[in-house]
Design a protein around this ligand. Sequence first.
Ligand code: PLP
Length: 363
Amino acid sequence: MPPIKPRNGILNITPYKAGDAKIEGFERVIKLASNESPMGPSPKAVEAAQKAVAAGMQLYPDPSCGALRQAIGEVHDIDPEQIICSSGSEELLHLVAKAYATDGDEVIFCQYGFIAYPITIHAVGATPVMVNEDNYTANVDTIIAAVTSKTRIINLANPNNPTGTYLVKSEVQRLRDGLRDDIILVLDAAYTEYVDRQDYDAGFDLVNNGLENTIVTRTFSKIYGLAGARVGWAYGPAGILDILNRIRGTFNVTALSQAAATAAVLDQDHVAMAKAHNLKWLPRLTQALEELGMTITPSQGNFILAHFAGGPEQSVAMDKFLRSKGIIVRPVGNYDLAGALRITIGTDSENEALLTAMSAFFA
Ligand SMILES: *Cc1c(COP(=O)(O)O)cnc(C)c1O
């Protein structure tokens, strides 16, 4: 029998490799590999999820995520009708690609852009077009120069993972202004809650200004500490949302997850606490690692990209050494950054343990 062929593009996908969560021989590890929140979710979110379980799991969830969209709308002062919820924001990236790109179309993403983008592009048979960055930062002119008549979508993470770099609001506006109206700009704002810059904006203003072609994706996986619940959402124009709602899974967010996320978004004190913790440690870790000889890309996320003077050999040795101490960070060779490691900011004691281990490596 001849092999059964999948649609074009799928065999071009390099499967996503999640950060390791275990090390053989260790009962507990310090996991600084997946940008999860060291503060965990709001206790109110946990309580809400427990109540949802008690209420009976035989019932289908609300397919429209009504209460969750209402709560998000309240907190962000945006229209719930212009919000769509999803099973993690990754689902939204797939939905946009599926709805708006196909064989022969091009989708642009940046050199060190989130590795999920090429997967969503290949999955629909479209052609991923990777554009160079400057100093680990997206370059608006380079993106605009890469546009052809076949371009349908631009994926931009702002701030980006794994670099932590961001584009200022005026640059995002300049990007939008430089694109044809029939090109969708997806602004992936997974780390937006961590950003501490006046010149930054997640992109809501573009949607508020009535643009029909710009959508902002958000997630409960990062600062909200709910990565395991798989909840994402997007704010966008009614036209795009109508299309995405037609093709998403009807019950794409579980009842448990809707309950947890609704309580989580209403607990902005918890978010503020997690942000303050991050702002305390970002400069500290940056400075400490620089003193140990690494070069740190300035980050606005809950992680830092540490480049080793000794290149890939040294980063691999460091990764191995950290694992021997029960610490897992993220190698980023799949981003063509083999000489670097991405390190998520952990709890106080986890960060101290990381610094102790890294110092020991160089001693
Ligand atoms: C973590 C991350 C996401 C979030 O993915 P979820 O599917 O919501 O868990 C999206 N974009 C980027 C750039 C990320 O790093």
